[in-house]
Design a protein around this ligand. Structure first.
Ligand SMILES: Nc1ncnc2c1ncn2[C@@H]1O[C@H](COP(=O)(O)OP(=O)(O)O)[C@@H](O)[C@H]1O
Ligand SMILES: [Mg+2]
Length: 353
């Protein structure tokens, strides 16, 4: 029996999604192999050991459960676990493997992974550098260009440089990319801060919206008439790519609403694209996973042109959604790895790293 720690919540615009992902993860961890502990991070950044029901994770209902105790992950390798601040004194809880089920900033961006490295704790997923590169859309795009994986034309700009002359940047973007474009924070997630800009008049507002999430913004040519396709990758040295899934968003694009609120976007498994296109996606997914130094898991997202079948890279997520409607566990399930087995495999990969 091993002690597994699931970390959830986090100081991130995707806090709420993490709580839903974590509940599904915790419910699917095989209990004959792992004792599961839950560490919640509040939106304010408080760390709490949660000893209540997983059903209370969504909508942060766990916070009012009376089952929370302040706890921290010790950076001290000889502790190798959690320090729990009980009324009776400090309790030491030894942990064998950690799964940070945190999306977005302060969890999927390498910062928490750095702490886990210092603590000498095996953890599920990519390391500090890989997470940081995959989190930043400008850096990921640079790597895609470098390794020759096709993607939409793009530009990036820091708030500092943009503010010197917003009109000059708009002109540059319009000349290079035209309209429509997607304006995105370089570091965010779940479509937070993203706007599809169809004309010049909406450009500045979209840039402001994106800069509210990050100090760097990416502007991309909009890929039209394409199916959004996703591929789950699992493994350390010789990663495996899953079947390819397709998404038909129920909104104008795959917005936060379409992902989690309305939740009636259509998921196709396998994606309704020719086999050749699926294979091109799988190949590019492995290429990006490898180029970005990923380990354990990642979900790579692409656009597949409905006419030409051409595949364009969009982004890669190192801690993809694990909610009951999420693509990553579904794709692996269809590739012969059911949810419970998937978690056991991820924990084993973490310990092998
Ligand atoms: N260049 C693009 N062309 C067309 N649609 C895009 C483009 N970039 C993003 N989108 C749409 O916006 C959604 C969110 O963008 P994405 O880059 O995946 O950010 P996030 O990390 O927030 O998921 C995508 O799923 C897609 O629907
Ligand atoms: Mg995305």
């Amino acid at each position: 029996m091993k002690n597994a720690l699931v970390i959830f919540g986090g100081v991130s615009s995707e806090h709420a999604v993490s709580c839903i992902s974590a509940a599904a993860v915790i419910e699917n961890i095989p209990r004959d192999k792992y004792a599961v502990y839950m560490l919640g991070i509040t939106e304010e950044g408080a760390w709490l050991l949660y000893e209540g029901d997983t059903a209370l994770l969504p909508e942060d209902r766990w916070l009012a459960s009376g089952r929370c105790t302040k706890a921290v992950l010790s950076p001290d390798r000889t502790d190798h676990g959690l320090l729990v601040f009980r009324e009776s004194g400090i309790e030491h809880l030894s942990i064998d493997v950690v799964f940070p089920v945190l999306h977005g900033k302060n969890g999927e961006d390498g910062t928490l992974q750095g702490l886990l490295e210092i603590a000498g704790m095996p953890y599920v997923g990519c390391d500090t550098l890989s997470c940081a590169m995959c989190m930043d859309k400008a850096v990921t795009n640079l790597i895609a260009d470098f390794v020759g994986v096709p993607q939409a034309k793009w530009l990036s700009v820091t708030a500092h440089d943009y503010q010197k002359d917003p009109s000059a940047f708009r002109k540059r973007a319009e000349e290079y990319l035209g309209f429509p474009v997607f304006v995105k924070p370089a570091n965010a997630g779940s479509s937070v801060g993203i706007t599809k800009v169809k004309s010049r008049d909406a450009f500045f507002d979209a840039m402001e919206t994106a800069f509210r999430e990050d100090k760097k913004v990416v502007v991309e040519e909009s890929v039209e008439n394409a199916l959004e396709v996703e591929c789950a990758v699992i493994g350390n040295g010789d990663p495996m790519a899953s079947v390819v899934g397709g998404i038909v968003p129920c909104d104008e694009f795959y917005t936060y609403e379409a992902k989690y609120i309305q939740a009636d976007s259509e998921l196709q498994i396998p994606a309704q694209v020719p086999l050749e296109t699926q294979n091109a996606v799988r190949e590019a997914a492995i290429q990006m996973f490898t180029a970005l130094g990923c380990q354990g898991l990642a979900r790579a997202d692409f656009f597949a042109d409905k006419k030409t079948g051409r595949v364009l890279f969009n982004e890669i997520n190192t801690i993809p959604g694990f909610t009951p409607i999420s693509m990553y566990p579904k794709l692996l399930e269809q590739s012969g790895v059911p949810y419970g087995k998937l978690l056991d495999r991820l924990f084993k990969l973490a310990q092998e790293k």
